[in-house]
Write a protein that binds this ligand. Structure first.
Ligand code: GMT
Length: 375
């Protein structure tokens, strides 16, 4: 099949998922066309089945806000026609679903029918999408998609309770390549970070408010009183400085290490003992799944789809949003002795297997085939 994929090219979960999906589809012999404003971060290796089309947004002195959505829809039209695409799969509704609707209508007038699949990822519904400045367009364009998918049952329910969606929303869970995350720890790296055999707690995110990064610091504050440990932060964003300040205020900054954005995240997971994700909301929590595939148990909140991914008492523990007391007690329980840690490591790893790409990608292919009878 010839598939167009539209996504954010950055480190966010939706862009990572879309890029990995495109790469996997290309490996299976499909022709994949990425349409986005920048090369996706995980799209580095050359594959003759992968095409990348950059959305150029011409500027003009009149524009305080260059019209990205118009440029995106036009690029979609051009790529779909020039490469005779079978379908368009857009990840994250804003503004991709409405741009896709515009492209679909333009092509319809030219006698070309392009099916649009919209995958909802989370904040496009729960945080940004429900804002009144976006919601009419978001609801309309989701309803106009030929297929709507959500990355968890929770997001499906949230979407139905937020918008009047008249179509079935199908759940296709996020996936990972479990082989990629099954790595041996890079000893030299671990020795630098934790020279005295300290346990390594890890948080990886875009440091937005929804991640509750100060809770990560507070959980660690309690843990390090009981267990010799270090706290490793991967990623960057607006909550990083407040987290650093809180660490200084609590007198634990020397035990906190910020390594910024990392592409080889699997090497970082390989040296971690526990992953912390106390988010206000996660539709899914892809980073938690990546941790689990790396045999790293997870302490998370029980918000949104996290309960579907992090199984309480098996892959780690969940607690109510903001309940840092319970989260730190559970973290200490897991880290206190090696047998318990090993049990949770194995529980996390075993559960992650069901999200392997081999199980999930055929679900997307089956959706595509509904529109591509000869494929
Ligand atoms: O909020 C983020 O971390 C980024 C955001 C995105 O759209 O890239 O993540 C959302 O999509 C991910 C992939 O499906 C999910 O794993 C995240 O849980 C979800 N984030 C939220 O719901 C807050």
């Amino acid at each position: 099949m010839r598939i167009g994929i539209v996504c954010y090219p950055t480190f966010g979960g939706s862009g990572v998922l879309a890029t990995e999906l495109g790469k996997a589809l290309a490996q299976k012999g499909h022709q994949v066309h990425f349409i986005t404003y920048q090369q996706p971060v995980r799209l580095s290796a050359f594959n003759p089945n992968i095409y990348y089309h950059e959305v150029q947004v011409p500027t003009y002195p009149l524009f305080d806000f260059p019209p990205y959505e118009t440029a995106l829809a036009s690029t979609m039209v051009n790529v779909i026609k020039n490469y005779n695409l079978d379908l368009l799969h857009v990840h994250y509704a804003i503004p991709h679903a409405s741009a896709a609707y515009m492209a679909k209508k333009i092509l319809h007038d030219e006698g070309y029918d392009i099916p649009v699949i919209t995958t909802l990822h989370g904040t496009d519904i729960t945080l940004v999408g429900k804002d009144k400045m976006y919601s009419p367009v978001v609801a309309f364009s989701i309803n106009k998609s030929d297929v709507i998918t959500a990355v968890s049952q929770n997001l499906r329910e949230e979407t139905h309770s937020t918008f009047d969606i008249k179509k079935e929303i199908e759940v296709v869970y996020n996936f990972i390549d479990v082989k990629r995350f099954n790595r041996k720890p890079f000893d030299a790296f671990k020795k630098v970070l934790a020279p005295n055999g300290e346990k390594v707690l890890l948080h990886a995110s875009n440091f937005r408010q929804v991640k509750r990064v100060p809770d990560v610091v507070e959980i660690f504050y309690e843990v390090q009183k009981e267990i010799p440990s270090k706290l490793l932060f991967v990623g960057d964003g607006p909550e990083r400085l407040p987290a650093e300040d809180l660490g200084r205020k609590l007198g634990i900054f020397e035990k906190m290490i910020f390594v910024g954005k990392q592409e080889q995240i699997e090497d970082v997971f390989a040296i971690a003992d526990l992953f912390l994700l106390p988010s206000e909301y996660e539709s899914f929590g892809l980073a938690a799944l990546e941790a689990m595939a790396s045999k790293v148990p997870v302490i998370s909140s029980n918000a949104g789809g996290l309960k579907e991914v992090n199984i309480d008492g098996v892959t780690g523990y969940t607690a109510n949003v903001g309940d840092v007391q319970t989260m730190s007690e559970r973290a200490i329980e897991i880290l206190r002795d090696d047998a318990t840690l090993q049990q949770f490591r194995q529980g996390a790893f075993d559960h992650a297997q069901q999200y392997n790409m081999d199980a999930i990608i055929p679900q997307y292919e089956a959706i595509y085939r509904r529109f591509c009878k000869d494929c």
